[in-house]
Write a protein that binds this ligand. Structure first.
Ligand code: ADP
Ligand SMILES: Cc1ncc(COP(=O)(O)OP(=O)(O)O)c(N)n1
Length: 268
């Protein structure tokens, strides 16, 4: 059994954040653990309140896990404040932990700023350099790089720019493209296109969280970056195809074990 850790915010409606990550870890046959950075009051229609956890308690949660349990991979999601980002970076360095997937969550689909604007600098300087894989969506890649993204060429330029910030591998997610959902992985040498058709659904709450935690699970299971990302792309497609029409707004992706066919997991 592989042990996976998510460091992220709680989504009360269960579609994104810690809850999506833990469901994804379970669906990948791994044991999920969580360090909670913030509690959000959220549903399919929006984010209504956020309470950040103190940096000391975030740090104590990380210590509690790393001093006791072997961790195979970490995913970092919502981290709203500079001091929270700093303590996470400090602890990942202290435990010399390298298999880190960073989802640079900034604004929810409903438009709420999950990253306080003044914390962007710390995200770029402290966390992105620790990423084995960083997974911005198009608006996040634009915000990180200042590059306006209209076409694949711009996604490639943004990936090069984010790689130069210190991340080892950059996955620019294409869920915000108009006509297709093609993601681009840049490993410093090659661009790998993960082609995807746009599934006609409004129920895409938690797609970014689901994809990044699937990548972390696959890396924790020992897959190469490209195989981890390919398997996760298969996983997110099935999770979106089976997304749930619950609530009055944007419904969540759905995870269950026997839907998963990516990365040969069912053969193990
Ligand atoms: N309607 C869709 N059809 C198919 N794939 C999608 C759709 N929306 C998002 N995706 C995929 O979901 C993953 C998450 O991407 P994205 O939605 O851009 O992230 P975020 O939730 O961070 O905004 C990517 O692999 C993207 O291509
Ligand atoms: C607590 C929490 N963390 C992250 C997000 C963002 O989720 P994401 O999958 O990137 O996209 P949306 O669900 O916002 O569309 C969140 N909403 N809440």
């Amino acid at each position: 059994m592989k042990n996976l850790l998510t460091i992220a915010g709680s989504d009360s409606s269960g579609g994104a954040g810690i809850q999506a990550d833990l469901k994804t870890f379970s669906a990948h046959g791994t044991f999920g653990m969580s360090v909670i950075t913030a509690v959000t009051a959220q549903n399919t229609q929006g984010v209504f309140a956020v309470e950040n956890i103190s940096p000391d308690v975030v740090g104590a949660q990380i210590d509690a896990i790393f001093t006791d349990i072997e961790v195979d991979a970490v995913k970092v999601g919502m981290v709203s404040q500079t001091e929270i980002i700093k303590i996470i970076a400090e602890k990942l360095k202290k435990y010399k932990f390298k298999k880190v997937v960073i989802d640079p969550v900034m604004i929810s689909k409903s438009g709420y700023h999950l990253l306080e604007p003044e914390a962007k600098k710390a995200l770029i300087e402290e966390l992105v350099p620790l990423a084995y894989v960083v997974t911005p969506n198009i608006p996040e890649a634009e915000e990180l790089t200042g590059i306006k993204i209209d076409k694949f060429d711009d996604m490639e330029k943004a990936a090069i720019s984010i790689k130069s910030m210190g991340a080892q591998n950059v996955l620019i997610k294409g869920g915000h493209l108009e006509t297709e959902a093609t993601d681009i992985l840049y490993d410093g040498e090659k661009f790998h296109y993960l082609k995807g058709e746009k599934i006609p659904t409004k129920n895409t709450h938690g797609t970014g969280c689901t994809l990044s935690s699937a990548i972390a699970a696959n890396i924790g299971r020992g897959l190469s970056v490209i195989d981890a990302v390919k398997g996760s792309k298969e996983y997110i497609i099935v999770a979106i195809e089976n997304a749930l029409q619950i609530g009055k707004g944007v419904g969540p992706t759905h995870h269950f074990y026997n839907l998963y066919k990516g990365a040969g997991m069912l053969d193990e």
